[in-house]
Design a protein around this ligand. Structure first.
Ligand code: ATP
Ligand code: MG
Length: 284
């Protein structure tokens, strides 16, 4: 039975798509059968694995509106062990067309159930909003990964996401769990990154993944080549970190996170302290 995980944060640009594509690819590389379901009308996961979003015969749109079967929208082996149910901008219409529809929040869940048994992991890339598409993703999932960008307003909107999770737990999906919180775009040259890591760690405790994704130029280049980072630049730091994340997801052992993050932070702080001291020496 596949594990169904939404990659979700209603804040834009936090690394949802980058995480969906690269975590999926890293797991596929380890021999797991992985499916990506792209429910963001931007279709960035779709193009990110090299599928032309302007030439889709079937897509998540058709699946949600019962115009096609999930099998018909499925594109197999975009990379070894990696399949995708793609989408494009047409999906925007689904949010409006579904408003009056029966069982509108559970359509994706029903669709995924029919193909779930083929996969070890199913990752749903969701849009930066808490509308009906995200709701479908959350109702279909057993857990969520929340990518949070290491920036000043990192926690902005997180309480809103938590409220939404609680509402869904109270009604449509009581079992919905937080799989993990992923810190993304970390830039250790700034004090801010260290502060944000501490803040998120204080808020989500052991749910924070030990793997922290650094700001890495290769990660931002890979989508324009339609390749996951493991294919675009297998030896980059970005590839290495997403592989570490994949190991954690498989192990799902979060117990040591805090300790390890603390160690990492301590090392960085010492390093920064040394730099500061050196600066003072040279300038003063
Ligand atoms: P949206 O909310 O629009 O769907 P998102 O949460 O899916 O955005 P991404 O598209 O994954 O976010 O990332 C936003 C931008 O930042 C993209 O241009 C992506 O290539 C870039 N990016 C993501 N992660 C990194 C990283 N670790 N290092 C450098 N660039 C990154
Ligand atoms: Mg995205």
């Amino acid at each position: 039975m596949g594990k169904i995980v939404s990659v979700c944060n209603q804040k834009g640009g936090t690394g949802k798509t980058t995480t969906t594509v690269n975590l999926s690819a890293a797991l596929a590389e380890l021999g797991k059968n992985v499916l990506i379901v792209d429910v963001d009308p931007q279709g960035n996961s779709t193009s990110g694995v090299g599928v032309n979003k302007n030439e889709l015969k079937n897509s998540v749109y058709g699946v949600l509106l019962n115009k096609c079967q999930p099998q018909e929208a499925l594109i197999e082996n975009v990379y070894p062990n990696l399949d995708i149910i793609p989408c494009n901008i047409n999906l925007t219409g689904a949010e409006i067309e579904l408003v009056g529809a029966l069982s509108r929040e559970t359509r994706l869940k029903k669709a995924i159930k029919s193909i779930e048994s083929k996969y070890d992991y199913i990752f749903i890339d969701s849009p930066p909003s808490l509308g009906l598409l995200t709701l479908n993703a959350l109702v279909a999932s057993e857990s969520i990964i929340i990518p949070i960008q290491c920036e000043f307003y990192a926690l902005e909107g997180v309480s809103q996401l938590m409220n939404t999770l609680n509402l869904i737990r109270d009604g449509l999906n009581p079992e919905l769990a937080i799989e993990g919180v992923l810190l993304t775009m970390a830039d250790y040259r700034t004090n801010l990154t260290i502060e944000v890591i501490r803040e998120i760690q204080g808020y989500f405790k052991e749910k924070v993944y030990k793997a922290i994704i650094p700001r890495n130029i290769r990660l931002s280049e890979a989508p324009s080549h339609g390749k996951p980072i493991t294919m675009y630049d297998s030896h980059s730091l970005g590839a290495q970190k997403y592989r570490e994340l994949a190991q954690e997801v498989i192990g799902a052992k979060h117990n040591n996170h805090n300790m390890l993050i603390n160690n990492e932070l301590q090392e960085k702080s010492v390093e920064m302290g040394k730099n500061k001291a050196a600066e003072t020496e040279t300038t003063g």
